[in-house]
Design a binder for this molecule. Sequence first.
Ligand code: BGC
Length: 770
Amino acid sequence: MRITLKHIALVIVGVTFATASAQQKQTDTDKKVETLLTKMTLEEKVGQMTQITLDVIGKGKDRYSSFEPLTLDPAEMKKALGDYHIGSVLNTANNRALTTKKWFEIISEIQKTSIQLNAHKIPVIYGVDEIHGATYTAGATMFPQQIAQAAARNPQLVEKGAAITAYETRASNIPWNFGPVLDLGMDPRFSRMWESFGEDPYLASVLGVAMINGLEGKDNNIGNPEKVAASLKHFLGYHATASGKDRTPSYISEDALREYHLPAFKAAIDAGAHTIMINSGIINGVPVHANYTILTKLLKEELGFKGLVVTDWADIENLHRRDRVAATDKEAVMLAINAGIDMSMVPYKYEVFCDNLIQLVKEGKVKQERIDDAVRRILKVKYALNLFDKPNTNPKDYPEFGSKEFEKASYDMAAEAITLLKNEGNILPLKKTTKVLITGPNANSMRTLNGAWTYSWQGEKVEEFAGQYNTILEAVQNEIGKANVTYVPGVSYKMDGHYYDEFADKMDEAIVAAKNSDVILLCLGENTYTEKPGDLNDLYLSELQTELAKKLSATGKPIVLILNEGRPRIISRFEQQMNAIVQTYLPGNFGGDALADILFGDVNPSGKLPYTYPRFPNATISYIHKPSEEQKKAEGVYNYEADYNPQFLFGDGLSYTTFGYSNLTIDKTQLKKGNNLKVSVTVTNTGKVTGKEVVHLFTSDVYASSVTPDVKRLRRFEKIELKPGESKTVWFEITPADLSYIGRDGKTILETGEFEVMVEHLKASFTLIE
Ligand code: BGC
């Protein structure tokens, strides 16, 4: 089609009209909210600021569980939704997934009761953690977890996956998702590293925005019944604990907080995300839920966040009971609300929160304006979700739920995420006639492929719901026929008790079976976990699994180590004896199929590590580090271990083909401050099969005056596909923001001087001038 001036004019008129009507809608909503605020009592407002968990209103012997099958308790509903005017409910009951039909029944009844009992007919906003698919919905499409999505380095796939999750969440009558996770996964010890996009702020920013676009839509029109409100979490600096354990103190300087932890949140706020959840931890001695500087000054004022700020689980009472910065529950409520919290995920003892907050307002210790600000934010999200007009979404309107097309999107993500870390003598791909032994505790488990937040909080109920999908064993059997496959577990996870308990399970038999096969597929890693239950004392892979690896290697048979783990457990005690290593992360319900296709050459791997894989427990430094981490051994004097020598590097990932990089060019060697730099590089497929390659562009600021510069930082990346012999020139543009850094005072600095641009092994230098 020829584009004429008329076409352009029509587009401009269209866009202007759409913008004008969106603005009009916003003004109308604002008016409705203000009118409502004038009519609401203090008690009703406080109710809107309160969130309870579903078990509180489920029929049961107490508030902490419900009878099965789940039904709602009319008396408890009357008290919570009527007498206390509660405005929000979260979570599933009994920590178990429900069908879309059951969700519809339950939430419709909650909405009906709430609207009936509420003087202003305000519906409830229901929220659930749908971090890699509709977590608590049976039959939903489970995607690879975020850490794997980061390895795929493909924002389009992330956006598509998030759009499917939004659709299936609405098919479950749920309009609010507690995701994406935008914490920086910079500590391999941390139990929630796999919930993040890995250790790089730029990567997390790009993929976070892609996820917002998928969940909320690019226009953030969450009134669309196929979209949900997203909740960025956990603001701010959650994974950076000193001990590596969940919800323990962090010490983060102002410059580090802004340089590393803030960018992904800022990008997602700029992308229009409607809600945000707060870090349950403590930074520089101050619990974040009581930190006015972070919640109000930074988030609401500086970043201009207009949405709803919700606490994490029980984090107001934690100020009193755990962190002891408040001598009573009442003081804890005062601290949190005055710091800038809008809604309390109580989630059980709502009377304590509501009664205390009402009293605090009456005593003048919490200002009425603070309450109005909080309720205004909450009501705006409810209007934006169109809950007043359409409080429910019915599964019958979501025919694509769990469809083949959705499953394919999950498979595609897994196929692009799985990362080939080692391939000695090109042992992979294997021939389909190979006789394999499959062994290891992760070989025949849907639970470990998915990780936690899958049909239940810790993932322990996965097998109940995921029987129709293929474990690694089943996928390999489908790929090469059962006759070619022997399976002996060797080591198994205990399914009860502590999450890491393991036992030797026919280890001797596995060694015998190894001798009778051509290749061993050794599936090691972790069982599922998140939050406190995932805290860890030893980053080495378990002793039993290490023993299995060593005994198998003594047979002399080639071993393909398949890792299935949420964080990089150290493998240096036996890595050298492994012929190939494939990292699957937590690849979801189709991870087994994608892996089998990679092992036997139907798919060429293209995943890249989203973190640094440590070689030793005392060397867990990420690729973003200061020059002093790389002090080389002094010649013949002392034997110090201060060099930077991880097992695998951020960005590592092999292919069945090879890529050559050439012609790194920059358009200026003297760049004037404020201008952009154009960079290009040519990539050639120098091997024999078509492959996808991720081109990473890093920069270095050679000298920086306020704080020591990082050795290098990722500034751009692009995933391309090349046929054998084909070349492509990839263009990037570096902006002043990419060359600046945060100084000691928390302010952005752009300094003249020498910079370097790096792509693969190529390097170019330029000088930034006034
Ligand atoms: C987690 C959050 C989650 C919340 C609600 C908390 O324990 O830290 O990530 O959104 O529970 O389930």
